[in-house]
Design a binder for this molecule. Sequence first.
Ligand SMILES: Nc1ncnc2c1ncn2[C@@H]1O[C@H](COP(=O)(O)OP(=O)(O)OP(=O)(O)O)[C@@H](O)[C@H]1O
Ligand SMILES: [Mg+2]
Length: 752
Amino acid sequence: MEELLCNLSPEQREAVTTTEGPVLVVAGAGSGKTRVLTHRIAYLIARGVPPSRILAITFTNKAAREMKERSIALVGDAAREVWISTFHSFAARILRMGGEAIGLPQNFTILDTDDVRSLFRAILEELNLDPKREDPRRYAAEVSRLKNEGTSPEDYLKRFDPTRPWERLLAQIYLRYEERKAQTGSLDFDDLLLRAVELLEHEAGSRLATRFRYIHVDEYQDTNPMQYRLLHALTREHANLFVVGDADQSIYAWRGADPRIFLSFVEDFPGAKVITLERNYRSTQKILDAANALIRHNPGRPPKELWTENEGKEPVRVLFAGNQNEEAEAVVKRIDALTREGYALGDIAVLYRTNGQSRVVEEALLSAGIPYRIVGGLRFYERKEIKDVLAYLRLIANPVDDLSFLRVVNEPRRGIGESTLARLRDFADSMGSSLFHAACRADEADIPRSKAKVLIGFCTLLRELGARSRELPLARFVDEVLEVTGYRAALLALPEPERSSRLENVQEFLNMATSFQALHPEADLPAFLAEVALLTDVDTFEEAEDRVTLLTLHAAKGLEFPVVFILGLEEGLLPHHLSVEEGNVDEERRLLYVGMTRAKERLFLTYAEYRSQYGSPMRPSRPSRFLEEIPSELLVVEDVRSPWAREILRRHRFSTAVADERETAGVAGLPSFGRFGSSREERLGKTGGKAGPEDEPWQPGDRLVHAIFGEGTVVQVRERGDEIELVVAFPHPLGVRTLLPRYAPIIRRKGS
Ligand SMILES: Nc1ncnc2c1ncn2[C@@H]1O[C@H](COP(=O)(O)OP(=O)(O)OP(=O)(O)O)[C@@H](O)[C@H]1O
Ligand SMILES: [Mg+2]
């Protein structure tokens, strides 16, 4: 017991040992909140509390896994029995245990975001609407909002405004969506929470609700109202609720999290003990000073400053690049230097605001031969072959799952086309049955004999597999599915390199099934499918190799790395322009605060003078206001622009105009602006004054450098009205471009 507590500060120890009643730990980043939570679980077990009566809720499955491993390391195997999971996994698990009492099938399918989108698309098509013009995501978001505010389709049908066509349509779609899910025995993420609350509040669920004596929640500041209700249902008979959080790290309001839940904990749970922690054990003082200075700009927060005993040698650095390619190159150069200093690639993370920013960095890493892993990009489970295999498994577990049926009935090809499926759909509708059950009786439908035979054969095969799923261990069973459905043979017949990459992914999936089985020997197919469906963005594979990690700022919550790069500190990007328009700059500031406080030893912030987004042309950008909010003595700015990029800013009128705009806009904070640009005189072109090479007329054969395209050769000079137009050849794949030298960000190469 002593051993368990000796590595904690007195405040942390108090949090761990206060086991009865509500407890709130409010503390900044890296102060040991998650660590306290883990130690508390261990402490309870050491005090003799049955592990199965302890529940801990984490933000990702990855965090849940880590917490479990740590508590096992602290108190041994008993900790395996503790329930540690995300809200959604918890909900899915109790619904499997007791959902029948509220009318749920035991083997329900969980629809992920992608499945939900396909379902909305299918509904739009049924209503003869074009999913390309009517964005299914918009309907998905609206329906989700209605559900979370507790409006059922029936309620909405009574309430909507019939003079507004959009509302009428939404009402229709909502109703159909709910019907489809009921028919196919499936639940979306919102349903999981809603139904779990329903179950826990229902008499039949009371045994489940009172099963947990000690309840813990990490990252409490990002709790949404439905999760809050769930916690209430679990604490009916006692108030042993232990939550930790940091209001400065609340970054999920856009996904329904309500920060007021965190702020009103003390009123909601009377008698709550509040413990604050101020010492940070993660970062150096230099990193904390910068992060503290930034977050201080958020209005209405209680003053709270983090400190550490670790002074640190390295300052926070700002890398100032000419454009996003230079930004990526500068990052890669640093990574290279850091590895020579002794850092491992796995120590390094590159964080960014939007997923689209990763591409340039990926390319730079690839060409430097530096391995990386990307968290939350195209997820493993979104790859076609994995979705196919999962659809087979889902259909076997839950034959009424029409979405999965449609995905695999002709995968591999069995000659079942659109027209056969349309007839099958009619037949199913006439009987009110699922597609699968209709397919089993295809010989009674208006379907050509040969096709009916194929469908019946498909049914028989899946029924046999259903029986096998109860006999074989999980991984062996998945392997058998691949074999007998002909799926593996179809992959083997693909041309390279597709064949290898898909087979490798399928193999990876098999490995996953094997390790899942090792961790949960008693788990069946539905439990495995639930686990897979609930993996969040951060839950990629644990790769043993040493790689740089690329991830969004949102996904970085709760993690830590010795070295952190944060890209794109520019107005419009961080803060993101949508948040600026909606007046949510504070949440963006918290997001950057979260990012900065991930760093243990080294922190780099980058800024590019030109950037292209979503394939648009390069535009000049302004440094983020956040850079200006951190006092300049806490930052060391390094100009990593290429010599010609610097030239362009110095000489070009275009950039001068931008620089002037920055000054008048006042956003970038005047006094320290000079850190991110050259002097005012230089920007206004007042230096020099001698005739430079740019004053001579352009000629074919001249060499120039363009801020985006790089070096090129003038092949033709044309006059167009008052303007001179240059036809310039750039290296493959850019080819020939026409430029107006008066506006284009170019400079002439000396000696040309
Ligand atoms: N008393 C302590 N002694 C030594 N190391 C500690 C102590 N408390 C926390 N740490 C270490 O400090 C780091 C940060 O801890 P932890 O991740 O628990 O912080 P947190 O408050 O949950 O941070 P965040 O707000 O970012 O989630 C971890 O590496 C942890 O092991
Ligand atoms: Mg934490």
